[in-house]
Design a protein around this ligand. Structure first.
Ligand code: 4NP
Length: 154
């Protein structure tokens, strides 16, 4: 199984989702590839946002080694599931889909917790510290659900 996490900048939400799922997959020794990307190339090559890195380390999931890269059409071939953090990310990814198979890979990550509700992981970029903690906790729960889904399908 190959899973891609996607947000806008690939410096806050999707690297956090990536780091959490990567850690859990490693701990459980599951055969899963995890990566993340941004729909914008604005932060290409950058480490995650300092505030996200600090929160990530404080809460036990360091993400310092990750680097931002843009989402590319080839990612539809490289990954089985593509989790968007919000509806705008989802629309941006879907606009690059070549066919129905590509489209069916694209999911909203919080639908793993509350199916069908189309809830969004809020962009913490312009907010305060609590926003980063909230993002961490939402993604911690969502990635637990993704792990359950993987185990059921193994
Ligand atoms: P992310 O957050 O999509 O969670 O990585 C953002 C990071 C940077 C910008 C927007 C959102 N930006 O506009 O630079």
């Amino acid at each position: 199984m190959r899973i891609l996490m996607v947000c806008l900048g690939n410096i806050c939400r999707s690297p956090m989702a990536d780091g959490l799922l990567r850690k859990k997959v490693q701990q459980l020794n599951l055969n899963v590839t995890v990566d993340s990307a941004g729909t914008s190339s604005l932060h290409q090559g950058d480490a995650p946002d300092k505030r996200m890195r600090e929160t990530a380390s404080e809460l036990g999931t360091p993400i310092d080694a990750l680097r931002s890269r843009p989402f590319v059409v080839l990612d539809f071939d490289r990954f089985d599931l593509i989790f968007a953090m919000d509806k705008s990310n989802r629309e941006n990814i879907l606009s690059l889909a070549r066919n129905e198979e590509d489209k069916q890979k694209v999911l909203l990550i919080l639908n793993e917790i509350e199916p069908g509700k189309d809830l969004e992981v809020p962009d913490p970029y312009y907010g305060g510290k609590q926003g980063f903690i909230d993002v961490y906790n939402m993604l911690d729960t969502a990635t637990d659900r993704i792990i359950q889904r993987i185990k059921v399908n193994e």
